[in-house]
Structures are given as structure tokens and as C-alpha cells.
Design a protein around this ligand. Structure first.
Ligand SMILES: Cc1cc2nc3c(=O)[nH]c(=O)nc-3n(C[C@H](O)[C@H](O)[C@H](O)COP(=O)(O)OP(=O)(O)OC[C@H]3O[C@@H](n4cnc5c(N)ncnc54)[C@H](O)[C@@H]3O)c2cc1C
Ligand SMILES: *[C@@H]1O[C@H](CO)[C@@H](O)[C@H](O)[C@H]1NC(C)=O
Ligand SMILES: *[C@@H]1O[C@H](CO)[C@@H](O)[C@H](O)[C@H]1NC(C)=O
Ligand SMILES: *[C@@H]1O[C@H](CO)[C@@H](O)[C@H](O)[C@H]1NC(C)=O
Ligand SMILES: *[C@@H]1O[C@H](CO)[C@@H](O)[C@H](O)[C@H]1NC(C)=O
Ligand SMILES: *[C@@H]1O[C@H](CO)[C@@H](O)[C@H](O)[C@H]1NC(C)=O
Ligand SMILES: *[C@@H]1O[C@H](CO)[C@@H](O)[C@H](O)[C@H]1NC(C)=O
Ligand SMILES: *[C@@H]1O[C@H](CO)[C@@H](O)[C@H](O)[C@H]1NC(C)=O
Ligand SMILES: CC(=O)N[C@H]1CO[C@H](CO)[C@@H](O)[C@@H]1O
Length: 595
């Protein structure tokens, strides 16, 4: 209870104050209710329509509640074709560029990526607008086992939560029925067990056969049972992000803070009753930001709840701007503390990824692709459009883009796989400023799930400054080195070796642990950041949320997005976060019926 002391002090204080007390305390909820402008009152306000907020907002609206959501609809080829995922990253309408400090300035290694941008997207779909659309449920058992144990609640078991995946999936690649998959949801999925693509490139077809031979148990990656330690899988991908046509959208409204009031009764926690927004204001990390201007504020009110789903950086920032966070930190920005919740912005986690790249002997047909917008000049786009609706067998088809993945345990003592390696028939050094480009590139990316690095997302009004702890944990580095070495063995297999011209990164001269470590430190990348408002038990001082996603010490306020996870979910976070969003919608609807 130590955590809530300041909020009790404040509630006693506000009993003797009145509405519009400004910085001296919270307005009384009774006064606020009378003052609310009916024009701007909704049942729920959801801030952010990414994988965390989108499905939840849609479910609340579907259940008859009025919901308002900040974000704009983006429709373009860039967000429809997974192969365009590198182009869409620089789309000025949606790009949000956060600055990331990988290592302390005095650390012996520095990342060789001069971009130093941590990409995020604004708009309906959130980062699902510009991500690689990988839909992967593997690696989640440790996450849900931990949640089940923390909350002593079987509704968090992987088996139970899996029902949400079945609910949302519209599987386009497996025969029905299948107890692990859904066929009627809103998330179209493609891919599945790998079959040599029937595309136009004999070289890639042959390599795919070689990859499949490297792990004879060709299994679906999205099954309730953990994938075996070394198995060939395929990644399935979505066509559609989130269909949110039913929502009234508030385009480009930038919330400044959550409005909080004090209910009658000293023992009651402050209540969230709305949002202060600045219409037409851009986030400082957006291309549309043209400098500081005087902001006009409008208030939107919520009859029931405010749900913050603005992603791993913006969600803790919004809480902090509302007076919810580490008291010492808030004071340093002159923000009055309503709830001293030191976990806000802490516990920044991510997956770690490291590429290994080769040149192939032949240029693949992707060499003819222009990644353009006109099928008349881009033969690959023409092929993609002609193959609608499934888009099978074209150079832009995601199953060609991801011919397969290997999943294994980095050490025998683990119960579940913690490493996933995906193969890309392209030059892929991750999200870097100057990746170089080779038409005949070929890459394997090793992704360490449940990585040990921790950081902080400290937030000031205009920037996100943060620090990640370098991956100096033996197990993480060993797992990444193991990935590079495994990939080198795989490309020696028949059907693959004859197509390899040469290894380029890190290059055959990097062999010892030390040489590989140096390469890893300089080229590690990640974009699955999370966990900055973690769910946790009552006795966990770092917990920001309880198991119903409620912000501790405040009523009618929840956080549902990547920041809600205590640990990075599995290997790819989007589909797990869609599930979280669906579960949160159920909990909110249950709790709302009780009003
Ligand atoms: C380049 C890249 C590739 C990726 N590839 C994959 C992949 O292949 N598979 C996978 O599973 N995951 C992938 N991810 C990760 C995944 O996309 C993210 O983890 C996920 O989108 C996070 O969801 P979210 O809802 O927490 O936040 P976000 O997706 O960041 O959504 C937050 C939303 O809130 C809005 N918002 C923020 N602040 C405000 C504000 N103040 N006012 C109003 N609205 C606001 C934003 O505009 C945005 O729409 C990738 C991520 C990146 C960046
Ligand atoms: C964000 O990054 C993209 C991709 O590199 C770039 O095109 C854009 O100019 C950047 N925007 C800002 C505001 O830095
Ligand atoms: C870092 O990048 C520069 C420029 O791209 C390149 O010349 C240099 O070799 C790189 N260093 C390493 C260690 O990869
Ligand atoms: C590959 O394409 C040919 C010709 O279009 C077709 O007959 C065959 O069935 C396809 N094979 C697969 C595995 O899709
Ligand atoms: C997978 O497990 C088997 C048997 O337990 C073991 O022999 C093998 O080395 C493991 N492979 C990897 C890549 O961990
Ligand atoms: C927002 O900008 C649009 C276009 O510039 C304008 O039409 C609209 O009135 C603005 N809204 C507010 C609330 O300022
Ligand atoms: C709060 O932030 C201050 C300043 O950064 C830090 O010293 C302190 O340890 C934090 N408190 C907690 C409980 O995390
Ligand atoms: C790519 O273009 C070259 C030259 O125009 C052509 O010979 C080749 O057939 C094309 N490849 C594919 C797969 O279309
Ligand atoms: C506020 C804060 O902690 N900022 C830090 C972010 O990371 C860089 C690099 O490690 C530090 O220099 C900043 O102080």
C-alpha cells in the first residue's frame, strides 16, 4: 500500500477544495459531472488504435457503446503489401521517429547504425501499418505461465488465452476445422507449413527445399503445443490490419493528459473522467510537427472509462503528464504527482535480433520489382494484383518473403524455445540508416526472445530519452552467436550451398566468440519494445497495472497495449497483443455491466 500514500493525502486535501482548483489538487467528480459538455461525452475513450487499442475499441463500439479514438485512417499499397514494409517506414504521414540510445556513451562498443531511430507509426493500425506483418504465436508459453502464476488465475493460461486467437483469426491456408485456428475472425492469415513456393524463381524454390530438409518436421508455428526445439516452420502474415470502420475517428488529436477527479470519500482513488486533447496538434516525433505552437485544448469526457493504448513510449508519457508516475521524476518536470507509481516508464524490454547475410549467385526475380505504385511499370505489383485475393506465388507474396523459420532452445535446461531464426530472400540488416542493397542478397535473422536487456523510457514533454542495458548477459550473447553459427551450417546443406556466392556479414573471418560478440554489439537491432507499464501483483513495487489492466491507484483508467506486458511476448508481439486487447475488451464489458 506504500505506493498509494500520496494519493490518499491528496484525496483528503481535495475534499475541502472545489472544481477549478488548478494545480492545487483534483476537481471533485461531482462538480465535474455537472460541468461536462454533452457534445463531447462518450462511454469510452481509447487513446491509440494500434494492436493494443484497435480491437478493444472496435469491440466496445460493437457492443453498443460510443467510443472515440485518436488516429487517422491510412490506406495505401505501402500498408497493404508486406514486402513494402521497408518503404512504409519512411512514409511521412505515419512515421514517428523516437531516439534510442542503445548503450551508455562510454560503452566499448557502439551500434554501427547511424539512423538511431526507433520507428513507430501513427494511424489506425499503429505499427501494424508499417510492420512486417509476421503473425507468430510461438514462444508465448513463458509469458502466460508467468501471468497465470503471478495472478494465480487459470484464465491467463496459454491454453485459455489461445481461444482469443481462434476468435480473431480468419485462416486462409489450412483446412477446417482445426482446434488451434479460427476461420471466421477479422485477422486474415496466410502462410502455414512451408511448401516450396510456386513462384517464378528456381533458385529460391531450391533453397526453400533445402531449408525444409534442414528440419524434417514441417510444422505449423501457430499451435497450442510448443514447437519442437529445431523445426521448420512458416510464418503466416496478415493482409488486413484492423478494420475499424465503425468508429468515429478524431484525426490527429493529440491527447495532452488524462483528466482526473476526486470522488467523494477520502478512501476512494482518483477517477479518470476524460481526456484533454489538442486538436490538430502533432506529436514532436512526427514529420508533421512544425515546431512548438500555442495549443488550443478541448476536453472529451468518458462516462465509463479512459483506455490508454498509445504504445510503449506514449502510454507511459501520457500517464506521467497526468501526474501518474515516479514522484521524483515528475517533480523534476514540475508535474504534480497524483499517484506515485514508480514503475511507469520502467522495465523497457525488447527482443534482440542479429542478421547474417550472404550474396546468392543469381539475381532473384525480386530484382525486377520496383516496389512501385503503378502495375504498368512494376511487373511484381501487376503479378500481385492479378493474384488477388490470396496473392499466392508472386514476388511480393509474404510466404516467398519468409520462406521459413527455425525455432530452438538456446540451452537444454529451458522448457520452451527462446530463439527463432527467420530466413529472408533479400538483403536485410534490420532497420538501419544505410543498409546497403544487393539484389541477390539472402539473410537469416536470429531473434532472441525473452532477452535480458532492460531499459527505461523516461519521458519529457517533447522527447523520449531512454537507455538500454547492453546485452552483456552470457545467455543472450551465446544464443545470438549460436544463431549465426547455426545459420552457417544450414547454408552448407544441399539445395542451398550451391546457390551461395559468399557470406558478407559478419563475414567468414569472424569466428571466435569475441569476434562474433563485437559484430553483435555493433549490429544488434530490435523493434518489439514493450513492458513500460507492466501488469503485476499487488506486492510488486514496479507493477503499474493489475490483472484487469487497471492502473493502480486510479479508477476508470486502463492501459492496454505493448506497454502492459511484464515481459516481451514470444517472438513477435502483434498477434499476442491483439489477444490481449480482446481479453481486455471482455474484462471491460464485464466490469461495465456492473456499473
Ligand atoms: C518496423 C517494425 C516492424 C515490426 N514487425 C513486426 C512483425 O512482423 N510482427 C509483429 O508481430 N510485430 C512487429 N512489430 C512490432 C509491432 O508492430 C508493435 O509491437 C505493435 O504495433 C505495438 O502495438 P501497440 O498497440 O502497443 O502500439 P502502436 O502500434 O505503436 O500503436 C499506438 C497507436 O497510438 C497512437 N498514439 C500514440 N500517441 C498518441 C497520442 N498522443 N495521441 C493519439 N494517438 C496516439 C499512435 O498513432 C498509434 O496508432 C514491428 C514493429 C516495427 C516498428
Ligand atoms: C523519420 O525517419 C524516416 C525514415 O528514415 C525519414 O524519412 C524521416 O524524415 C524521419 N522523420 C523525422 C521527423 O526525423
Ligand atoms: C560501420 O559502418 C561503416 C559505414 O557504413 C562501415 O564502413 C564500417 O565498416 C562499419 N563497421 C562495422 C564494424 O561494421
Ligand atoms: C504450380 O503451378 C502450376 C502451373 O500454374 C500448377 O499446375 C501447380 O499445381 C502449382 N503447384 C503448386 C504446388 O501450387
Ligand atoms: C534439440 O534437441 C535434441 C535432443 O534433445 C538435441 O540433440 C539437439 O542438439 C537440439 N538442437 C538444438 C539446435 O538445440
Ligand atoms: C484542424 O485542421 C483542419 C484542416 O486544417 C481544419 O479544417 C479544422 O478546422 C482544424 N480543427 C481544429 C479543431 O482546429
Ligand atoms: C524515481 O526516480 C528517481 C530519479 O530518477 C530515482 O532516483 C528513484 O530511484 C526512482 N524511484 C523508484 C522507486 O524507482
Ligand atoms: C526480369 O527482367 C529481365 C530483363 O527484362 C527478364 O529477362 C526476366 O525474365 C525478368 N524476370 C522475371 C521473373 O520476370
Ligand atoms: C534521461 C536519461 O536517462 N537519458 C539517458 C538516455 O541514454 C543516454 C545514453 O545512454 C544518456 O546519455 C542519457 O542520459
Amino acid at each position: 500500500m506504500r505506493r498509494f500514500r500520496s494519493c490518499f493525502a491528496l484525496s483528503v486535501f481535495s475534499l475541502v477544495t472545489h472544481y477549478a482548483v488548478g494545480s492545487y489538487g483534483l476537481p471533485s467528480c461531482t462538480d465535474v459531472a455537472q460541468a461536462q459538455n454533452a457534445k463531447y461525452i462518450f462511454d469510452f475513450i481509447v487513446v491509440g488504435a494500434g494492436p493494443g487499442g484497435g480491437p478493444l475499441a472496435a469491440r466496445l463500439a460493437e457492443s453498443g457503446y460510443s467510443v472515440v479514438d485518436a488516429g487517422q485512417n491510412v490506406e495505401s499499397l505501402d500498408v497493404a503489401i508486406p514486402a513494402y514494409s521497408n518503404i512504409v517506414l519512411s512514409d511521412p504521414i505515419i512515421a514517428l521517429n523516437y531516439t534510442m540510445h542503445d548503450y551508455p556513451p562510454d560503452f566499448q562498443f557502439q551500434n554501427n547504425n547511424t539512423w538511431h531511430v526507433y520507428p513507430r507509426a501513427q494511424g489506425v493500425g499503429g505499427c501494424a501499418l508499417h510492420n512486417a506483418l509476421v503473425n507468430c504465436m510461438a514462444g508465448l508459453k513463458p509469458n502466460f505461465d508467468a501471468l497465470e502464476t503471478t495472478f494465480n488465475d487459470p484464465s491467463w493460461s496459454l491454453d485459455t488465452v489461445w481461444d482469443y486467437f481462434v476468435r480473431i483469426e480468419r485462416n486462409l491456408y489450412l483446412p477446417q476445422p482445426n482446434p488451434d485456428h479460427g476461420f471466421h475472425g477479422w485477422l486474415g492469415t496466410i502462410g502455414g507449413p512451408v511448401t516450396p513456393s510456386n513462384g517464378s524463381d528456381p533458385q529460391l524454390n531450391d533453397i526453400t527445399i533445402g531449408l525444409a530438409n534442414s528440419a524434417p518436421n514441417v510444422l505449423d508455428i501457430n499451435t497450442r503445443a510448443s514447437p519442437p526445439n529445431f523445426t521448420m516452420t512458416a510464418l503466416s502474415s496478415t493482409y488486413s490490419a484492423i478494420i475499424l470502420g465503425i468508429l468515429p475517428l478524431l484525426s490527429a488529436h493529440s491527447p495532452q493528459k488524462v483528466l482526473l477527479c476526486q470522488p467523494e470519500g477520502a478512501s476512494q482513488a482518483p477517477r479518470a473522467y476524460g481526456l484533454q486533447v489538442a486538436p490538430n496538434a502533432s506529436l514532436p516525433v512526427s514529420d508533421q510537427f512544425t515546431g512548438k505552437v500555442e495549443l488550443d485544448f478541448t476536453e472529451y469526457y468518458a462516462r465509463h472509462e479512459v483506455v490508454v493504448s498509445a504504445g510503449l513510449f506514449q502510454s507511459p508519457q501520457l500517464l506521467m503528464l497526468s501526474g501518474i508516475g515516479n514522484k521524483t521524476h515528475l517533480e523534476s518536470f514540475g508535474i504534480e504527482t497524483v499517484v506515485d507509481l514508480p514503475g511507469v516508464g520502467q522495465n523497457l524490454r525488447d527482443n534482440d535480433e542479429i542478421p547474417i547475410t550472404w550474396l546468392l549467385k543469381e539475381d532473384p526475380p525480386a530484382g525486377n520489382c520496383t516496389f512501385g505504385t503503378d502495375p504498368a511499370t512494376d511487373p511484381c505489383l501487376a503479378a500481385w494484383e492479378a493474384a488477388a485475393p490470396k496473392h499466392d506465388g508472386t514476388p511480393y507474396t509474404p510466404t516467398v518473403g519468409f520462406p521459413g523459420a527455425l525455432v530452438w532452445k538456446s540451452t537444454d535446461d529451458l522448457d520452451d524455445p527462446d530463439v527463432l531464426q527467420y530466413w529472408v530472400p533479400a538483403w536485410d540488416m534490420g532497420y538501419v540508416s544505410d543498409p546497403g542493397f544487393f539484389v541477390n542478397g539472402f539473410s537469416a535473422i536470429t531473434l532472441k526472445g525473452h532477452a535480458s536487456s532492460r531499459g527505461t523510457s523516461w519521458t519529457s514533454k517533447n522527447s523520449i530519452s531512454n537507455q538500454s542495458i547492453p546485452p552483456d548477459i552470457q545467455r543472450d550473447l551465446a544464443a545470438l552467436r549460436g544463431g549465426i553459427r547455426t545459420a552457417r551450417q544450414v547454408v552448407q546443406l544441399p539445395h542451398i550451398v550451391e546457390h551461395i556466392l559468399q557470406e558478407v556479414n559478419p563475414g567468414p573471418e569472424a569466428q571466435t566468440d569475441e569476434e562474433l560478440n563485437e559484430y553483435i554489439f555493433e549490429h544488434i537491432f530490435a523493434h518489439h519494445g514493450c513492458c513500460t507499464n507492466k501488469m503485476g501483483a499487488d506486492d510488486d513495487d514496479e507493477a503499474v497495472l493489475d490483472e484487469r489492466f487497471r492502473v493502480r491507484g486510479v479508477s476508470s483508467l486502463r492501459v492496454v497495449d505493448m506497454s502492459s506486458w511484464p515481459d516481451a511476448p514470444g517472438f513477435f508481439p502483434t498477434t499476442p497483443t491483439y489477444m490481449l486487447s480482446e481479453k481486455a475488451a471482455d474484462l471491460i464489458l464485464q466490469d461495465t455491466q456492473a456499473y
